[in-house]
Design a protein around this ligand. Structure first.
Ligand code: SF4
Length: 397
């Protein structure tokens, strides 16, 4: 199994201020009718609305989006790249984020006061991000503080978390990470000097909200044992962990997972290997530990794209990530055999809430001078979330 990632997220990023409270209050109505999916003029309507808005609008398309939406994206990428791209386009008054809610929040945090971030369907959430709510995380932190362990613990959150959780992590001296830089974020966290009142033992990390990325990184990239990791279940008293378990743990993993990547299984890997001779198995680190161990290559969405770009003609690849992206990659590489790792796993259903009718509706409302589905993060949350994002950008290479 190869896990190789560049240090791309450490490149310079200008963190700009976010919108004022007055801005937050404006234009959050839902006027207009959603076009019917069967409307044959949807493509022409989207193109016309986008042309009418010109450089005032910047459309971001996450890699997991449908093709019907991606065709209108000015840029495509993973969540952090898209937020960074938005921040680099200060002339765009409207950022239409074809992704999910936490991504639009990050874009609002990173863009300037005058930019409005729009999520075409507010139901486009992320089940993983929803698995860590702020009151639950505060309760877990209180438990660590009660045991005298908080000063020895650094909170680290995956980009795929709400602005509230990023703000919590920034307030408590932690860092945000992506699937590309989780190893560097964890090394930084474990090397941090202990806070006042620390017991002086080894450092510990509270990793939010994806248990699989946390476990895979700690074990496969930092060399921890599986026993160094414990699983905190927010639905059980004290997280389902004894005081001794918390004291001895190096990694406290939040019980969260991606509902797409978490469904790939060891059986999927074994089945494709028995069916396709010489197949390379390439998976995302949000997959379960046993899947990652059994794979040949593991890495972020951007890594998966680069790996297939560089693969020799005629090679066979079973890819364990979201289906829209795998289909697009298969179409882009007709000289290679690119297949989905498991036919039982489907699209990211929340990401797929953004469809062409919602995009047309959002764009046409902007043409009419109405801002719909604006995503805003309150000033205090945004300030602390930026602390944790800035810390990520400052991670040593
Ligand atoms: S693929 Fe997984 S982590 Fe990504 S938006 Fe969907 S549920 Fe969330």
């Amino acid at each position: 199994m190869t896990w190789a990632e560049p240090s791309s997220t450490a490149t310079a990023l200008l963190l700009l201020g976010r919108g004022s409270d007055a801005d937050s209050e404006r234009g959050v109505e839902c006027p207009g009718d959603l076009p019917a999916p069967s409307d044959p003029s949807l493509v022409a309507r989207a193109a016309a609305a986008k042309a009418a808005l010109g450089s005032r609008v910047f459309v971001l398309g996450h890699h997991y989006q449908r093709d019907e939406v991606i065709q209108f994206a000015d840029v495509t990428g993973d969540s952090f790249k898209l937020a960074r791209d938005a921040a680099a386009r200060p002339e765009a008054e409207y950022i239409v984020f074809c992704g999910v809610h936490f991504m639009a929040e990050s874009a609002d945090i990173l863009t300037s006061d005058r930019q409005r971030v729009i999520l075409p369907d507010l139901a486009a959430g992320c089940s993983m991000a929803d698995m860590a709510a702020l009151p639950q995380v505060e309760e877990a932190w209180d438990r660590l503080a009660e045991l005298g362990l908080a000063a020895d613990t650094v909170p680290v959150t995956y980009m795929n978390s709400s602005a509230d959780i990023k703000g919590f992590v920034g307030r408590h001296g932690g860092v945000v990470c992506t699937s590309s830089n989780a190893e560097r974020a964890l090394r930084w966290a474990f090397d941090r000097p202990a806070g006042p009142g620390a017991a002086g033992g080894p450092r510990r990390v509270l990793f939010l909200p994806d248990q699989h990325l946390g476990r895979n990184t700690a074990v496969l990239q930092l060399g921890f044992a599986l026993d160094d990791c414990v699983l905190y279940d927010p639905h059980k008293p004290d997280g389902g962990l004894t005081e001794a378990q918390l004291r001895e743990a190096r990694m406290i993993l939040w019980r969260g997972h991606c509902s797409v990547h978490g469904r790939f299984s060891l059986d999927s890997v074994n089945e494709v290997r028995s069916r396709v001779s010489g197949v390379n198995v390439l998976v995302h680190p949000e997959c379960k530990h046993e899947v990652v161990i059994a794979a040949d290559y593991v890495g972020s969405t951007e890594y998966i794209i680069r790996t297939l770009d560089a693969a020799p003609p005629g090679s066979a690849w079973a890819v364990g990530t979201e289906l829209n992206l795998v289909r697009r990659l298969a179409n882009a590489h007709p000289d290679k055999q690119v297949m989905f790792l498991d036919r039982a796993v489907c699209f990211c259903s929340t990401m797929n809430r953004i469809d062409l009718p919602h995009l047309v509706w959002a764009l046409e409302e902007l043409v009419a001078g109405r801002v719909v589905n604006q995503i805003t993060v309150d000033e205090e949350t945004a300030r602390y979330a930026r602390v944790a994002l800035d810390q990520m950008l400052a991670l040593p290479a």
